[in-house]
Design a protein around this ligand. Structure first.
Ligand code: C5P
Length: 401
């Protein structure tokens, strides 16, 4: 719910601007007050009259409007909101924000605000992928600007790829996460998820069947409790959640690097199914089918154990480290031994014997093992497991813990 929350919605000039009218409705349905600001280019796509009717509020368009300044100055306008949302955020707006330009009302408000800013980029795929745009995105992320999307898909210009603005309800979810005053507000939580891909040569790799569903659900649940989540994911089947900082990796070595660079964290949850081994010397060129010497022989090397490495850090260890243990025999005993061996605080143990249908399924039956004992949870959906675990994490490290 967004009751009593005030959103300043900056509508940029892109075809996705029509979705921003629906966004106004969706935000208001949840009790938010919306003040629209439409850039000059935005007004080519949606009219101030539509935005004003849907928001039941005055719409602002010009920087040098004496009537507006007399009613509410632009500085005040930028501060009165709880959150500033830019949707669609065009490449031009992102560039202005990253460069600190303030030559119209929207960019001036973005420079003057003391509130968090959430952007929903929308642009042609080539523009999104352009190094200049990606540089600006990195700069803005480093400045603490929140991103929702863009998503992949067919675009109005006929091309396909990342650049579509997120759907209004996804933006609403990101707004809720950004405004959430949950027990994990101000806490940085790191989550690993998905499988890893270990290269054999440039075109082949070794992988496992992890879908990334449990890790993704967990990142979403932690974010919903207000945590600032860094989500380090291997190539998963399910898309990453909105409103979290996503770091995509392929191999275990890259995952360890990404985890170490994301520290410090208040808690770290290792839900990834990391490959135990990699090919010792992956070939830099494609291994030929008819190579001399017959069939290739792969030699393996052990991958770093990310959970153990972080658990055993002497300095800067996250306050709470949680691992997973997928077992088929003596689940509790093996998982309890694993907790000690790796040095983590909690282990979430589950039985992945084929007859349980848990691996790849939508349900999970877990036992939470800590220093004080084993707590067996009933079988439930992976989303429910995620919410319950996020609540336990909040009890351990959150406000008032
Ligand atoms: O040893 P095992 O793979 O069963 O341990 C599972 C736990 O350890 C999971 O939390 C998994 O994310 C983590 N792990 C890791 N790095 C590895 C192997 C496992 O972080 N190389």
């Amino acid at each position: 719910m967004l009751a009593g929350k005030h959103i300043l919605l900056i509508i940029g000039g892109g075809i996705a601007a029509f979705k921003s009218l629906d966004l106004i409705r969706r935000l208001r349905e949840r009790g938010a007050e919306v003040t629209p600001v439409i850039t000059r280019a935005g007004q080519e796509f949606v009219t101030p009259l539509s935005a004003s009717s849907l928001s039941a509020n005055k719409v602002y368009t010009e920087l040098f409007d004496l009537t507006d300044e007399a009613e509410m100055g632009h500085i005040e306008l930028s501060r009165a909101a709880d959150l500033v949302v830019v949707a669609p955020a065009t490449t031009d707006l992102l560039g202005k924000m990253a460069g600190g330009l303030a030559n119209d009302l929207a960019s001036t408000l973005l420079m003057a605000t003391d509130k968090r800013v959430l952007v929903a980029p929308a642009m042609n795929v080539r523009m999104w992928e352009h190094p200049a745009c990606q540089r600006n995105v990195e700069t803005l992320k480093a400045d603490g600007v929140l991103f929702v999307g863009p998503t992949d898909g067919a675009m109005a210009c006929g091309e396909f790829g990342p650049g579509r603005m997120s759907e209004p309800l996804e933006i609403v979810a990101a707004v809720e996460a950004a405004l959430m005053d949950g027990p994990l507000k101000g806490k940085h939580v790191l989550v690993t998820s998905g499988p890893t891909h270990e290269p054999i040569d440039p075109v082949r790799y070794i992988a496992n069947r992890s879908s990334g569903a449990q890790g993704t659900a967990l990142a979403r649940a932690l974010s919903a409790l207000g945590a600032d989540v860094t989500f380090v994911t291997g190539p998963a089947d399910v898309p990453p959640p909105e409103g979290v900082n996503v770091v995509k990796v392929q191999s275990a070595a890259q995952m360890l690097d990404a985890v170490q660079s994301a520290l410090p964290a208040d808690a770290a949850v290792f839900a990834a199914a990391v490959a135990d081994w990699r090919v010792a010397s992956a070939s830099s060129s494609k291994i030929k089918k008819d190579q001399k010497g017959g069939l290739p022989v792969l030699e393996f090397a052990e991958n770093p154990d990310i959970l153990a490495t972080i658990s055993q850090m002497k300095k800067g260890r996250p306050g709470l480290v949680v691992g997973f243990a997928a077992e088929t025999d003596d689940v509790i005993a093996n998982a309890a031994a694993k907790r000690k061996r790796k040095g983590c605080d909690w282990i979430v143990a589950n039985d992945v014997s084929p007859e349980t249908g848990i691996m790849g399924g939508s349900e999970n039956a877990v036992t939470l093992i800590s220093e004080t004992g084993a707590d067996e949870w009933p079988r439930m959906g992976k989303d429910d497991v995620a919410r319950q675990l996020a609540t336990r994490i909040a009890d351990a490290i959150g406000e008032g813990a």
